[in-house]
Design a protein around this ligand. Structure first.
Ligand code: GBH
Length: 486
């Protein structure tokens, strides 16, 4: 049910940050320029059937060449914050050795942002591991965590004088389980054993990187971004559904937020994945590193879901395609089952509206999520919350004058901002909202077929066009107010 801020104008505090987010592989292009090395996504995109339409990020939004125009766009949209990621393989082509030309691109980007009055928010890892490190074992190997900390240190040495906000990882759940277990994302492995090993080593990498950053900049704003779901039992009276909801919440949410905020993995999930050798990877001191204080917990929220525990009756369309709906295609669909290492969890439709990804639109889930995080995890340690991603894919309807009337997206963002304010009114310490995404971009396994931007990108001409949602969001950012519904 919609909360108290469901319809009228909603005012946010003056210090609330308004921004947008992108990620390196999704926007930069210039995959073979400036000495950039290959990442696992360059390689994965060449696997037949791995990515919709055989798309790749070789050109993407050509942001590498158009960053000045894109920063001007952010300024025109009144955005005060830009969350971007740096490509490890651009900065360290072999994952270990610094490439000055790669660093230089980010240095120029940061200067451009500062010149435009847009605060840079740097994410060190948004899924694009250097292929050389994958060849050396990837995230299932403990070594990768140490290489990540070296990379974090090099980035801070180059940009720490100008960048105040640092995020170590974006959505380690996705890296671990879509990448190493489901095979839907790079590097495309399909191993539950590798998935749980990757999960721990990603978190260890976060902890080691945090240590490197903190020792260099005690005053910097440091954190991690997690993807959260809100798992409801399909039938709250059915013990099997309650059990499925526990596992879903456990593997998506608690598996990552609990070691970070409390220094322990959730015991029930540790037990559920014990047979995959999970405990073997945890060394003495790891959890102390992983749970070192952070300043901001980044929250990415797109949707929740109802889950059921009995497989036979719930095999609906979305099953086995956990990160988006693929249209019918002649290509083989690699993903055949959920990447979740806890197999007996099944999404069940609740009849809510869905985006073009097939994800349910459930804004009040965001209110529940933020209030729960505040109460159980961040509040007790005084850690701030920022919505580091929220947004929706819808097909663009191009009007006669080229205008994009994306009212579905506008409405989605409107509803979710109201949900954020409901959580703040209930005591959640939410300091900002960064829409996903600034512009349409390479949507991973779904290629260019899904559009998340508040700015349209014409991939033929690279022309940017602010959508109706973008103009609306610019007004919200300028006024700090979500206008009342008309
Ligand atoms: C983010 O990940 C990424 O950070 C970003 O790069 C990406 O472009 C963006 O979202 C849009 O996809 O089981 O069907 O209910 C999204 C992570 C994890 C969100 C799985 C949806 C469950 C879908 N996703 N989640 S479903």
């Amino acid at each position: 049910s919609p909360g108290p801020n469901a319809t009228g104008p909603v005012h946010f505090p003056a210090e609330f940050r308004w921004g947008s987010a992108t990620a390196a592989y999704q926007v930069e292009g210039a995959a073979a320029e400036g000495g950039r090395g290959e990442s696992i996504w360059d390689v994965f995109c060449r696997v037949p059937g791995a990515v919709h339409n055989g798309d790749d990020g070789a050109v993407a939004c050509d942001h590498y060449h158009r960053y000045q125009e894109d920063v001007a766009l952010m300024r025109d949209l009144n955005l005060d914050t830009y969350r971007f990621s740096t490509s490890w393989a651009r900065v360290m082509p072999d994952g270990r050795t610094v490439n000055p030309a790669g660093l230089d691109f980010y240095s120029r980007l940061v200067d451009e942002l500062l010149g435009a009055g847009v605060a840079p928010w740097l994410t060190l890892y948004h899924w694009d591991l250097p292929q050389a490190l994958e060849d050396a074992g990837g995230w299932p190997s403990r070594e990768t965590a140490y290489r990540f900390a070296d990379y974090a240190a090099a980035m801070h040495d180059a940009l720490g004088d100008r960048v105040d906000v640092w995020t170590t990882l974006n959505e380690p759940w996705c890296s671990a389980f879509l990448g190493y277990t489901g095979g839907e994302h790079a590097p495309g492995r399909q191993s539950p054993v590798d998935g749980v090993a990757a999960a721990h080593h990603l978190l260890l990498g976060h902890g080691l990187a945090l240590d490197a950053l903190r020792s260099r900049a005690p005053e910097a704003t440091l954190g991690i971004t997690l993807n959260f779901t809100v798992a409801d039992p399909a039938d709250p009276a059915d013990p099997a559904d309650l059990e499925a909801a526990r596992k879903e919440d456990g593997i998506f949410n608690r598996m990552f937020v609990e070691p970070i905020m409390r220094g322990v993995y959730p015991p029930d999930i540790v037990e559920d994945i014990a047979h995959l050798g999970f405990a073997d990877h945890i060394c003495e001191g790891d959890l102390d590193l992983i749970s070192a204080p952070i300043d901001v917990l980044g929250v990415n929220y797109y949707n929740g879901g109802a889950v059921a525990g009995t497989p036979e009756q719930n095999l609906e369309d979305g099953f086995g395609r956990p990160d988006g709906v693929r249209e019918e295609t002649a290509e083989p669909v690699r993903q055949t089952r959920s990447p979740n290492p806890l197999p007996d969890i099944h999404p069940r439709s609740r009849g809510l509206p869905r985006t073009d990804m097939g994800w349910e639109v459930q804004p009040e889930g965001l209110t529940r999520l933020l209030t729960r995080l505040q109460r159980d995890y961040t509040g007790p340690r005084g850690t701030a919350l920022v919505v580091t991603e929220n947004g929706a894919a819808y097909p663009d309807v191009v009007g006669p004058d080229g205008q994009i009337e994306d009212t579905d997206r506008l409405h989605y963002i409107d509803q979710h901002l109201r949900a954020v304010k409901d959580a703040m009114d209930a005591g959640a310490d939410v300091r900002g909202y960064l829409v996903w995404s600034l512009m349409d971009n390479f949507e991973w396994a779904l290629g260019y077929s899904k559009r998340f931007g508040v700015v349209r990108v014409d991939y033929e001409t690279q022309q940017r066009t602010v959508k109706a949602s973008g103009s609306w969001y610019a007004q919200v950012a300028a006024s700090g107010t979500v206008p009342g519904e008309h």
